[in-house]
Design a binder for this molecule. Structure first.
Ligand code: NAD
Length: 480
């Protein structure tokens, strides 16, 4: 296979072969900025899935026996190809997912960084030797690849989320079957193509699409699969965790969030507004770590709302392919319906629309960057993840009150706080129940740092040295 790239031709990638489904069935692929069908996505049949399972079963032993040094070389080569192709990958992502081209292209570069990071970590899957109380005995603690992985990734970061799963698993020595979201097939296929061109042996990575519930049930039940990794909603994550538990298979679950943002009265307001408005509306708010519940100290609430509303109102919304677009469309019509319902419900509960609040007329799934002020806990949006461009505010007076408010939901993914007091920064970092906390800082994702949640936001970490751990098992060898 050469480096000819997908644009409008999604395929399955099974056993190193690019092909349609055995039944010829396809789903329509829709451009969210225009509503137009731009391609067909093949629907894998059970026969196709059996082929993918056979491919990882065959590839497993040779890949785990390939030295970490040689695995790393392939991953580094793939990273170089991703950088060379970043402009193209970005365009594919924007046409399928809608985000502005600059964000899509940056995402492609971020994937290359993820592959480089895990290529390096592959060579550091250290075990240890434990001193024995018996003379001449060695206690060896070894780290081994867990085995073939079934991975499921969503549409909001269609290149970086598959990258975290694929790069870590391959680095650890595990073959993968991944089912990316059917709404955004092209970006992950570009990763597969880069790996294929970089010399990844056939069958080590397989990409399938189809009916998510059928594919996940079939793959998770297969004795070939040893590990499940999922990113998506909490409700689907719980379902897949139950299926995995029935087979006693470990899971990594990156699920929903409802990130609180606590702004104390001593915060640098301009910085807090600038950082949190940028991260709220990035990818039209369709980010699991997006700041959502803004708890603003009573003394600065109104000033913050005024500045934040101005920042939201100034954003240029449009087709991600246009150079001046700062926020693209929502990924699908389901999100538009969800925005309308949540805002209507919040208004009915007494919330005030401080900015935006409506769909943007015309073709595509466009929604105004929205800020709702003084939203009571009884409103749905204070309890359910909006996964769209809506921020909500409440007022607080005391530290304990705001900690209780921030921790009141079952989610525990990301949280943010703004204060100029070192003492408060330390206390809030300790008090918030979340897997990741940004203090006077809003960027929580990088290849080197752990990414994951607590409570119903899931378990396991996908970045940092922890990311590799998810695909390793510990073996103890006592040698007399
Ligand atoms: P959804 O819950 O139907 O789907 C979320 C993702 O899970 C999709 O990629 C989908 O293909 C996949 N999926 C659904 N059912 C599955 C199954 N049985 N087996 C395997 N995969 C399955 O919701 P949606 O309308 O596509 O997205 C909206 C919600 O999903 C949001 O409210 C948000 O909570 C969540 N979401 C979270 C993330 C994240 O990064 N954690 C990403 C995308 C969506």
């Amino acid at each position: 296979m050469g480096s000819e790239s997908y644009e409008g031709r999604p395929q399955l990638f099974i056993g190193g072969n690019w092909r349609g489904s055995s039944t010829g069935e396809t789903l329509d692929l829709i451009n969210p900025a225009t509503g137009a069908a731009i391609a067909g996505v093949p629907i894998a049949s059970r026969d196709d899935l059996d082929e993918a399972l056979a491919a990882v079963a065959t590839a497993n032993a040779p890949w785990r026996e390939t030295s970490a040094y040689d695995r790393a070389k392939i991953l580094h080569r793939a990273a170089t190809l991703m950088r060379e192709r970043a402009a193209h990958i970005g365009r594919v992502t924007t046409m399928e997912q809608g985000k502005p081209l600059a964000e899509s292209t940056a995402e492609a570069y971020a994937c290359a960084d993820i592959f480089d990071w895990f290529a390096e970590e592959a060579r550091r899957a250290y075990g240890r030797i434990v001193p024995s109380k018996q003379p001449g005995v060695r206690h060896l603690v070894l780290k081994e690849p867990i085995g073939p992985v079934a991975a499921f990734s969503p549409w909001n970061f269609p290149t970086t989320i598959p990258s975290r799963k694929i790069a870590a698993a391959l680095a650890a020595g595990c073959p993968v079957i991944i089912k990316p979201a059917e709404e955004t097939p092209g970006s992950c296929l570009e990763l597969a193509r880069a790996l294929d061109d970089a010399g990844l042996p056939k069958g080590v990575l397989n990409v399938v699409f189809g009916v998510p519930a059928i594919i996940s049930e079939y793959l998770i039940a297969s004795p070939v699969i040893r590990k499940i990794s999922f990113t998506g909603s909490t409700v689907v994550g719980k379902h897949l965790a139950r299926l995995a538990a029935a087979e006693m298979k470990p899971t990594t679950m990156e699920l929903g969030g409802h990130a609180p943002v606590i702004v104390f009265d001593d915060a640098d307001l301009d910085k807090a507004v600038q950082l949190s408005a940028a991260s709220k509306y990035r990818n039209a708010g369709q980010i699991c770590v997006a700041p959502t519940r803004f708890y603003l100290h009573d003394a600065i609430h109104d000033a913050f709302v005024e500045k934040f509303a101005a920042a939201a109102g100034a954003l240029k919304v449009g087709d991600g392919l246009a150079a001046d677009t700062r926020m693209g469309p929502l990924a699908n019509p389901r999100r538009v319906t969800a925005m309308a319902e949540m805002i209507g419900d919040a208004e009915a509960h007494g919330a005030r629309v401080a900015s935006g609040g409506s769909a943007i007329a015309g073709e595509g799934n466009f929604w105004q960057p929205t800020l709702l002020a003084d939203v009571p806990n009884s409103a749905r949006i204070m309890n359910e993840e909006p996964f769209g461009p809506i921020a909500v505010t409440q007022r607080f007076r005391t530290f304990d009150e705001v900690v209780a408010a921030a921790n009141r939901l079952p989610y525990g993914l990301a949280a943010y706080a703004y204060t100029q007091s070192a003492e408060r920064a330390t206390r809030i970092g300790d008090a918030i129940e979340a897997g990741m906390i940004g203090i006077n800082f809003s960027q929580l994702t990088g290849p080197e740092t752990p990414f994951g949640g607590v409570k119903e936001s899931g378990h396991g970490s996908e970045g940092g040295i922890e990311g590799l751990e998810g695909y390793l098992v510990t073996k103890y060898v006592a040698q007399g």
